[in-house]
Ligand binder design. Structure first.
Ligand code: PLP
Length: 383
């Protein structure tokens, strides 16, 4: 019998999972580069060399696999390392259809690496099935998206997208960073691969960079594992331990951060200088119903627009408790300016089309008291 989600966050697979000899309650950090062999071709415990596998990393991968409902998962050194490994599945001449609202670093990966190596990459609004199907070509091998998107908080129907992708023989790859498996499990909705920036909600404390790639099909998972070991951007033992520790509190953090975010989103709507609030938990958000049908929560990321660039800069310069910084998902609330930070690498025309301009702010709501956060925003907006 599978344990409930909260239990899996702490115990992974439980009794069937990876154990270790001393029975220490906290899984140890195996700070070693290699493991001794008894004789040629025979290692005592299945571990050879840490780039290939390490018990602390295996334990973390077991937990992520159990949370995402995957066949297997690999822990990498960053979200971008995990996304890079996914794109290495494809060959020159393959076409990958991507959503157009994506983390900025993914556009840079496409431009500097994937396109140079012969992949054809297009961007389209995959929320519209007609636009989506029209953009699929004979050589399309995969569809890549985030839901909700960073930073516009657009929601894509994952079941419908998986159905269309599979009808055309394409893999569906979903970046599940904003929801984490606590609120959304794309593999159960039909996705083939899930990627994460574990730097965000999974690690959860703004102290470790990490990434994950998880696959539903064992053969695909094995390919991703071989690519990860070959390329070598795997997660170090100490960082694996930090993320293991972070995940133990994932569900309580997600729930409380979401409650804080709901209070802040409602408050933002009432402010004179705020002209739009993008949070899927608000009933008027255009993706609210789809989100309610495919996820068990709305998360704690809010984007909002203010009346001018001057107001946006004033707020960024005057927050005291909230930190003006890139990143998200941790215990500390952060305010980000996507136009000069996370989304600087999005082509300008696309940035304009999406609405990523100098009046847009993105807030990652943390675990501070909602009242203290509101008071900080109130004083920062007092112009
Ligand atoms: C941060 C982020 C990434 C990149 O992850 P890193 O850990 O910074 O490499 C990818 N996708 C999304 C949605 C992100 O927020």
């Amino acid at each position: 019998m599978a344990y409930d989600f909260e239990t899996r966050c702490i115990h992974g697979k439980g009794a069937d999972g990876l154990t270790e000899d001393t029975c220490s309650v906290s899984f140890p950090i195996y700070q070693t580069a290699c493991f001794s062999h008894i004789k040629p071709g025979h290692n005592a415990n299945g571990f050879d060399y840490t780039r290939e596998s390490n018990p602390t990393r295996s334990k973390l991968e077991e937990v992520i696999t159990a949370l995402e409902g995957a066949a297997d998962s690999v822990a990498l050194s960053s979200g971008m390392a995990a996304i890079s490994v996914c794109f290495e599945l494809f060959r020159p001449g393959d076409h990958i259809l991507c959503a157009e609202d994506l983390y900025g670093g993914v556009f840079r990966l496409h431009k500097l690496v994937n396109q140079k190596n012969g992949l054809e990459i297009d961007y389209a609004d995959l929320r519209d099935p007609a636009v989506f199907e029209a953009a699929i070509r004979d050589n399309t091998r995969a569809v890549y998206l985030e839901s909700p998107t960073n930073p516009m908080m657009n929601i894509t129907d994952l079941r419908q997208t998986a159905e269309i992708a599979h009808r055309h023989g394409c893999l569906l790859i979903v970046d599940n960073t904003f929801m984490s498996p606590c609120f959304q499990q794309p593999l159960a909705l039909g996705a083939d691969i899930v990627v994460h920036s574990g730097t965000k909600f999974l690690g959860g404390h703004n102290d470790t960079s990490s990434g994950f790639v998880c696959a539903r099909d064992p053969d695909l998972a094995a390919q991703l594992r071989l690519l990860s070991k070959t390329i070598g951007g795997v997660l170090a033992p100490f960082d694996c331990w930090l993320v293991l520790r972070g995940i133990k509190t994932l569900s309580v953090r997600m729930e409380r951060q979401q409650a804080n975010a709901m209070a802040i989103a409602r408050w933002l709507k009432e402010q004179a200088c705020v002209t739009a609030v993008y949070y899927p938990g608000l009933p008027e958000h255009p993706g609210h119903d789809v989100q309610s049908a495919q996820a068990s929560g709305f998360g704690s990321m809010i984007s909002f627009r203010v009346d001018s660039a001057e107001t946006a800069v004033h707020i960024l310069e005057h927050v005291r408790l909230i930190t003006f910084a890139e990143s998200l998902g941790g215990t500390e609330s952060l305010l980000t300016y996507p136009v000069t930070q996370t989304h600087l690498d999005v082509p300008e025309a696309l940035r304009k089309k999406l609405g990523i301009d100098d009046t847009l702010l993105r807030m990652s709501v943390g675990l501070e008291s909602a009242e203290d956060l509101l008071e900080d925003l109130r004083q920062a907006m007092d112009i």
